[in-house]
Ligand binder design. Structure first.
Ligand SMILES: Cc1cc2nc3c(=O)[nH]c(=O)nc-3n(C[C@H](O)[C@H](O)[C@H](O)COP(=O)(O)O)c2cc1C
Length: 160
């Protein structure tokens, strides 16, 4: 079994390394997975960007035996789980893990995208005073880190 992961700011990589220790298997960045056999049993871990699980399509093409998928995002509620599953056409067992976010760790296009999202949320807030939007805007501004080994419990149970 091998963990293949895709990361931008590093939170998915942290989860991949935690899981690799727990399972005593290797965690390999998808960009460096050239030597991994196509029929190797894979746990695919990646981050969600604008609803899309990054590199999932590439992993499906490259590997024929994906046993489970872990999607790292802002939220880890059950309704989000089915949304991610449907939007990305994920057929494997899937787990949603809360990640980390900090504007200062972003660069280029991603920083621009999140800057725009922040502006939209803030202007919405001004209009409606929606407490949910307020909470999200605060989280964006302060940054957050929800990466925690405990979040992997269900994944480990499933793979046991
Ligand atoms: C440009 C951008 C878009 C994002 N879109 C989503 C999203 O649609 N849904 C979500 O749950 N999280 C979203 N996130 C949050 C990331 O998935 C989260 O910060 C994750 O921990 C990043 O993983 P990484 O540290 O491995 O790059 C987005 C983050 C960025 C930077």
């Amino acid at each position: 079994m091998t963990i293949i992961y895709s990361t931008n700011a590093g939170s998915t990589e942290r989860y991949a390394k935690m899981l690799s220790e727990k399972l005593s298997c290797e965690a390999v960045n998808i960009t460096k997975a050239g030597d991994v056999s196509a029929d190797e049993e894979i746990i695919f871990m990646s981050w969600i960007m604008a609803g899309t699980l990054q590199n999932y399509a590439a992993a499906k093409e490259r590997f024929s035996n994906i046993k489970a998928v872990c999607a790292v995002g802002m939220f880890s509620t059950d309704d989000k789980l089915s949304e991610v599953k449907e939007k990305n056409g994920i057929e494997e067992e899937i787990f949603l893990l809360p990640g980390a976010f900090n504007m200062n760790n972003l660069s280029g296009m991603y920083k621009m995208m999140m800057g725009m999202a922040m502006k939209m949320i803030k202007s919405k807030l001004k209009e409606s005073d929606d407490p949910k939007a307020k909470e999200i805007a605060e989280k964006f501004e302060e940054g957050f880190d929800l990466v925690n080994e405990e979040n992997l419990t269900k994944v480990i149970e499933y793979l046991a």
